[in-house]
Design a protein around this ligand. Structure first.
Ligand SMILES: CC(C)(COP(=O)(O)OP(=O)(O)OC[C@H]1O[C@@H](n2cnc3c(N)ncnc32)[C@H](O)[C@@H]1OP(=O)(O)O)[C@@H](O)C(=O)NCCC(=O)NCCS
Length: 291
């Protein structure tokens, strides 16, 4: 079918963004929930922001000048994990193997970058993407729900919030990194530093020992804590929830019921899928849209 996989140029952002919007609209409207890409402008801005990110790599599928889909791969140094997404194919071109070609290109790139761990967050109502990812070697690790509402006010909730404080300096970052290595097996320093820079990274210390941190609370942010009580405190103390909500592992009954009782709604389901070595986080956690 004369299809070429090539790097995405800035001038391709509009076409790729429109396809992202159309592809997600088709899925979300079929299942009756809000689209991950709510407008064309959102889709285009997303592609532009990824093209501006030195840690993101993107290619598109081009058939004789007609763009049919695109994919991105992201690094989070020093984390060993590479992350795929978004992957979108024009609804009119689905079923032609384009998704597979784009994914093969991203996995080849991950291999070139020496990442043996590749992860993504999948939309489970879309059987086609689940099949594609499974055939490409991804394993389903964790079903998720995106939880949505305005930030909790202190008076709204019954958590003990006394020990939650902002991540202030390099010493705090190093303490959080140490905790992350215990829980994940590696540090997520880049994401933590970005959150610190934005003033949204928080941590909990009890008697000088770290028991949790949040690199912000939101769809692009992750958090880990020794117990659900501490995770609840990190959520309850978030001044802002970034983006449309945050992901919670669907198997964490205690956290989900607490969120529902505090007025959160479930926005949409998702699946964390992985290739390569995977250590399930050793404590309660909130994954980001990446992993
Ligand atoms: C997901 C998406 C990228 C797939 O693109 P695509 O070009 O249609 O994918 P492909 O044709 O390469 O692969 C789909 C595979 O699923 C298979 N498949 C689809 N439905 C199936 C089903 N119900 N049971 C078994 N296999 C199924 C197809 O046969 C194909 O496998 P094959 O190549 O071995 O025959 C595209 O549908 C899309 O953009 N969707 C909207 C956005 C989205 O959901 N993105 C992913 C977010 S997680």
């Amino acid at each position: 079918m004369n299809l070429v996989i090539r790097p995405i140029e800035y001038s391709d952002a509009e076409s790729c963004g429109k396809i992202g919007y159309e592809a997600h609209k088709a899925i979300s409207s079929a299942h009756g929930y809000r689209s991950e890409q709510p407008s064309e402008d959102f889709g285009i801005a997303l592609i532009k922001s990824l093209l501006d990110n030195p840690n993101s790599w993107g290619v598109l599928a081009d058939r004789q000048g007609e763009i049919l889909g695109s994919i991105f791969l992201h690094e989070f140094p020093p984390s060993p994990v590479a992350v795929v997404g978004p992957l979108t194919v024009h609804p009119g071109a689905e079923g032609g193997g384009i998704g597979r070609m784009l994914m093969d290109a991203a996995l080849t790139q991950a291999n070139k970058q020496n990442h043996d761990q590749v992860r993504l967050v999948q939309s489970p109502s879309h059987i086609r993407s689940f099949v594609l990812y499974t055939k490409c070697g991804f394993t389903l690790r964790e079903p998720l729900f995106l939880m949505q509402r305005q930030p909790l006010k202190k008076s709204d909730n019954n958590t003990s919030s006394t020990n939650v404080r902002i991540v202030n300096d390099d010493k705090d970052v190093s303490v959080c990194n140490g905790f992350c290595k215990l829980v994940y097996g590696f540090s997520r320093e880049m994401e933590l530093r970005q959150a610190k820079h934005q003033g949204i990274a928080t941590m909990i210390e009890r008697e000088g020992v770290i028991t949790g941190y949040a690199a912000g609370i939101g769809i692009l942010n992750h958090a880990i804590a020794k117990s659900n009580e501490e995770l609840k405190a990190l959520i309850a103390n978030a001044a802002t929830i970034l983006g449309p909500g945050f992901f919670v592992p669907a198997r964490n009954y205690e956290l989900i019921i607490w969120l529902l009782e505090n007025g959160f709604q479930i926005g949409w389901p998702a699946n964390l899928m992985t290739i390569g070595p995977y250590q399930e986080p050793l404590t309660p956690f909130l994954p980001s849209l990446a992993y």
